[in-house]
Write a protein that binds this ligand. Sequence first.
Ligand code: TPP
Ligand code: MG
Length: 677
Amino acid sequence: MKSYTELDSFESWSLEERDQFTLNVIKMLVLDGVRNANSGHSGGALSSADFAYILFKEYLQFDPDDDQWFNRDRFVLSAGHESMLLYALLHFIGWMPMEEIKKFRQLGSKTPGHPEVDMKGVEATTGPLGQGVCMGAGMAVAEVVVRELFKKHNDHTEDLLSHFTYILCGDGDLQEPVALGAAALAGHWGLSKLIMFYDSNDAQISGKTSRSDSTNVAAVFEGLNWHVQAIDGHDHNAIRDAIEKAQVIEQPSIIIGNTIMAHGTAAMEGDHETHGAPLSHEEISATKKKLQLPHATFYVPDQCVAHFQSRFEELKENGSNWKSALAELKKDDSFTNLWKLTIKDELPELTYPEFEVGASIATRKAFGTTLDEFAKQLPHLVGGSADLEPSNYTGNFANTYGDFLKDNPIGRNFAFGVREFPMAALMNGMSLHGSVIPFGGTFLVFSDYSRPALRLGALQKVRVMHEFTHDSFYVGEDGPTHQPIEHAMALRTIPNFYVFRPGDAKETIACFEKALQLKEAPSALLLTRQGVPVSDKFIDEIISGVNKGGYIYKDSEGQPELVFIATGSELSLAIATAERMNDKKIRIVSLPCWEIFMEQTQDYRDEVIPLRGCMKISMEAGITLGWERFVGPAGLTIGIDHFGASAPNKDLAEEFGFTPEQIEQKIRNHLKKAIIT
Ligand SMILES: Cc1ncc(C[n+]2csc(CCOP(=O)(O)OP(=O)(O)O)c2C)c(N)n1
Ligand SMILES: [Mg+2]
C-alpha cells in the first residue's frame, strides 16, 4: 500500500494503487466528518465505499458542469444513513464545499443527516429504510415511460432519453417489505436499466444481521425476476465486471456485495457498533496509520481529486453534445411542445368534462371521467390502482392506454397489484425523475398502508396524486374495517400535504386540476363511493372557489346566523338541512381543501367564516377532532367519533345521525344551550 509520503510520484503509481489511496482518503473523510459532528454513521459507509467509489469514478453518467442535466444517471442512496459517503463523493465531484462537510448535521448546513431533497447531486436518499429501493424503481419506470413517449413522436430521441438508475441499499432496506413489493414490480416490468448494489455486511444496529435474518436474498430476487450476481464487494475488478454485466442484462439487476462492516479500520472491522457512531480518536488515528494517511483531518490531496476526475472532460463533452442534439430536435415544434409539457412541466389550459346538473354521481366516478379527459391532454399523466381498478374508476384509463409492461412500455396504466405502500413510494420516485405526473388509487381506509410514503413525498416536495375512494362510513356493507373514520383528519396532519374532499362532480374536476398545479406537494383526493348531486353552479365559479380551498357556496340574505361548513358528501347534506331551516339565516361554506384555505389571507378567511356573530357548524363524515379550528368553542361539530358498522349505507346514515332531520335537531338543541360568540 502506498503512503502519503510518496505522493509526489502519484502519477507513476499503478491504477490499483491510485484507486486504493484515493478511496482511503474518501473513507477518512467519512470518519473525520462523523467524528467532527460527533454523530452519524461510519461502518456501513466504509463497507459500501468500494462500490460507490468505482460507480462514481468510472460509470455514473453526469455532467460535472450541470447537476440538473436531464439525462444524467440517477443514484439513490437507499441506505440514507450513509450520507457522509455521498457527501464525500460529491466533494470530489466539486459539488460539495469542504466547509459544508465540516458542518455535517449542523443547523443550516447543506449536509443534513439524511438529505431528501433540494440538494445538488442528491436524487433521493432514505431516512426511512426500504423506500429508496421503491424510489429507484419509480425513477427507472419514469425513464422508460418518457423515452417511449418521445419515441412515439420522434424516432431519433432514443439516445436522448436513456440512462441508468443505481441504488445502493443495505440489510435494513431489504428487511423492509416495501422494498420487496417494489422489487416484484420492477422484475415484472423488466426494468433493465435498474441496478442495485446490496451492501451485505452482516451488520446492523443491534448486531449481526444473522440474528434476525437467514433469507436467501439471491433466491428471493431470482424469484422476483431480477438478474442476480454475488461478488466480493471490496474487489474493484469484480465490481466493474458486475456493473458492466448488469448494464446489458435485460432484467433489473442486484449485485450482492459481500462486504465487511467498517472495512479498512484498524481494529473495528466487522463490528456492528460502528454502525451509528463516530469512531474513537484513537481508532481513527490507528486507521490513518494503517492506511498510510497523515494524521491531519479532512485530508484531500489534489492528486486524488484529479484522479477521481480523470473522466470529467469526457463527461462534460457528453453533456454538451447532448445539449446540441436537443437544440437540433427543438427545431421541430411538436418536439418542443412535448418537451415543454413534460420536462419543463408547463401545464396547458385544460378542457373539462361535463356533468348533468342534478344527476347523482359519485365523486369517484367523476374522478374517472375527469381522468379520461385530462389524460388526453396530458400524455405524461400516468398511474393506476392497487387492484381496485373498478372501484377507483381507473379501468377506462387502463383500457385506453394499456398496462405498462415489459412488452408494452408505452402503456400508461400501472397494474400495481395489492401494494399500496410500494405504489406510493414508487410514485415519489416517478415524480422525482421530473418527467411524469403519477397518480395512484386505493380506498381511503388503506391510506394508512401507504402513509410513510405520503409523509416522505411531502418532505421531498413531490407532485403525486393519491386517489382515495370510499371516503366514509357510506362505504356500507363492507363494514368498519373498510370505513375510514380518522383518515381525512390524519392526512391533514402531514405538513405540505394537500387533502381535497370535493362535494360533487364539478368540485372533483376543480380539485383534480388544483392538485396538478401543486408542483411541490403531494395531494390526496378523497372521493365518495355513493352518488352525490351535481351542482347547478357554473364550473368557473366552482374552480375559483376551490382555488381558495373554501368558499361561500350559498349565502343567507344579510348577516348569517348559522354557518354550515361542509366537505365532500356532507355538502349536499348541509344544503338539504338548510332547506328545512327556513326560519334561520344560513350560509353554506364548501371547504374542500383546508390547506389551501389556510393559505388565504385572514381577511378572506374571515369573510367566508366570520369569527363572531354567528354559530358555526361543521359537517364531515369523519372524526370531529380538529374542526374546532373553524367552528370555535361555541360551535357544533357533526361527524363520527367511533368505528362504523356493516349495513347498507342508508341505514348507517340513519344510525349515525347523518340525515337532514337529525342534523336539524342537533343544531336546534345546540342553539338552546349555546352562547353565540
Ligand atoms: C424504516 C426505518 N426503520 C428504522 C430505521 C433506523 N435505522 C437506521 S439504519 C438501521 C440499521 C440498518 O442496517 P443496515 O441497513 O444493515 O445498515 P448498516 O448497519 O450496514 O450500515 C436502522 C434500524 C430507519 N432509518 N428506517
Ligand atoms: Mg448492514
